[in-house]
Ligand binder design. Structure first.
Ligand SMILES: Cc1cc2nc3c(=O)[nH]c(=O)nc-3n(C[C@H](O)[C@H](O)[C@H](O)COP(=O)(O)OP(=O)(O)OC[C@H]3O[C@@H](n4cnc5c(N)ncnc54)[C@H](O)[C@@H]3O)c2cc1C
Length: 404
């Protein structure tokens, strides 16, 4: 069977892959670009199972890709949504300190966000907090009026539509299996035929390390999947929450803590929890893959990570497994909330890159190899930053192709 010839093959139909494809097609209208997605729909994984928040850019180290792309990405995505009439609600966000220690941390977050150029960010007192969120209790808060909510599956559909209108190709149900370089081109094998490409861009999210290895590259990191489960507030309890309500995060962990998130469809979610998943796309507690779990457990970086974060890890597990512990962490923010206000909601799995020394990789991480670009760490706020990440990677791809 003959191979399909393409200049660029993008692997993965999530927000990152779609944004890369969209930008690259615009930059190089004459180049042929094909995006393959193993599932039968786009945004089937992280991009369609997230909190739907357009983050403001507060938490990230100044100068990092996360800080730059989140602040600018919020702006770029807001403009796109306005232009294309995608519903976006600028509901604002409060990060709430409940103790004196958290108050100090809040001030550090305020400095960080200010360094990152987050628009309108300010510390507020109890009275102002009560005006914004009458049911929230805290001694001080950080207010980010620029945080917003959006449906990221709609954003993914819009990226795909722009890309296809410009002549880009998307093949669903097409799984990358392996590739090797032959005569200076990548020979790619999928379950849906072979491809010859000058460049492969790996945006496979939860599987990005596996795809890199199948291309003969040995990444310095492994993706460790963390499942997050949500509860939904019953309709009659939604009035407890106006906008986004977050705790001060535990600085030891890359998760933001269980928070309240209004959704554009009117739902209000509480969560997500954070717990090691037993398979990469394991959305329910009973999902289990022996081979994937064994691979996770064999990774030495995981054990170093666990031993270093035993206490916060145990308390996350407790919160994930016991509704009463979860509710009690929510009551630090909204004391009126009870278990009766909550019903089970959906779940998502985060792709977190962990290095061999057992550290979460802090920033977005992109590795280049002959004939390939691998996106090996694109966790939150990658949905917010997706427009900018796509632009950044397509610039790299354009330079590579001009140099060939
Ligand atoms: C619970 C949760 C909450 C979050 N909340 C937020 C938030 O509020 N705001 C925010 O900015 N970010 C948030 N994020 C992060 C954000 O959703 C992700 O960072 C972003 O969606 C990553 O996009 P992606 O394209 O890299 O990955 P994905 O969306 O996972 O896409 C990767 C795609 O690659 C495909 N693929 C994998 N292997 C292959 C293969 N071999 N062949 C072909 N295709 C393949 C997969 O099927 C998948 O569709 C959250 C994430 C989670 C899980």
């Amino acid at each position: 069977m003959s191979s399909i010839e393409t200049d660029v093959l993008v692997v993965g139909g999530g927000l990152v892959g779609l944004s890369v494809a969209m930008h690259l097609k615009k930059m190089r209208p004459r180049s042929t670009i094909c995006l393959i997605e193993k599932d039968s729909r786009l945004a089937a994984h992280q991009s369609g199972h997230n909190s739907g928040v357009l983050h403001a850019g507060i938490y990230y180290t100044p100068g990092s890709l996360k800080a730059r792309f989140c602040v600018e990405g919020n702006r770029a995505l807001s403009n796109l949504c306005e232009r294309l009439k995608i519903p976006l609600v600028r509901c604002g966000k409060v990060i709430v300190a409940s103790t004196e220690d958290e108050k100090d941390q809040l001030e550090r977050l305020h400095d960080r966000g200010t360094d990152n150029g987050v628009p309108g960010l300010r510390l507020i007192n109890q009275r102002e907090l009560r005006e914004i969120e009458p049911h929230v209790e805290g001694i001080k808060a950080l207010y980010a009026p620029n945080s917003a909510i959006v449906d990221y599956t709609q954003v993914a559909a819009v990226y795909a539509a722009i890309y296809e209108k410009a002549g880009g190709q998307i093949l669903l149900n097409t799984e990358f299996m392996s590739s090797q370089i032959e005569n200076g081109r990548q020979h790619v094998v999928t379950n849906n035929g072979d491809f010859e490409a000058r460049l492969v861009i790996n945006c496979a999210g939860l599987h990005s390390d596996v795809v890199a290895r199948k291309m003969g590259n040995v990444p310095d990191v492994q993706i460790i999947p963390f499942r997050g489960e949500y509860y939904l507030l019953k309709e009659e309890s939604r009035s407890l929450v106006n906008g986004l309500i977050y705790p001060v995060p535990n600085p030891a962990l890359p998760f933001l803590g269980a928070h309240f998130t209004p959704r554009v469809n009117g739902d209000v979610e509480a969560g997500p929890s954070a717990m090691l998943a037993t398979m990469r796309e394991g959305y329910s507690r009973s999902d289990f893959s022996l081979s994937e779990f064994a691979e996770i457990l064999r990774y030495p970086g995981l054990w170093k990570l666990v031993s270093r974060n035993l206490r916060p890890g145990m308390s996350e597990i407790n919160r994930a497994l016991r509704k009463s512990a979860f509710v009690s962490s929510l009551r630090h923010l909204v004391p009126d909330i009870t278990a009766d206000d909550l019903v089970p909601g959906g779940a998502g799995v985060r792709a977190m890159a962990v290095d061999r020394r057992g550290n979460f990789v802090e920033d977005f991480y992109i590795e280049e190899a002959p004939g390939a670009i691998h996106v090996l760490n694109a966790p939150s706020p990658a949905a917010t930053s997706s427009f900018l990440i796509g632009k950044h990677i397509s610039n790299k791809a354009d330079l590579r192709m001009n140099a060939d």
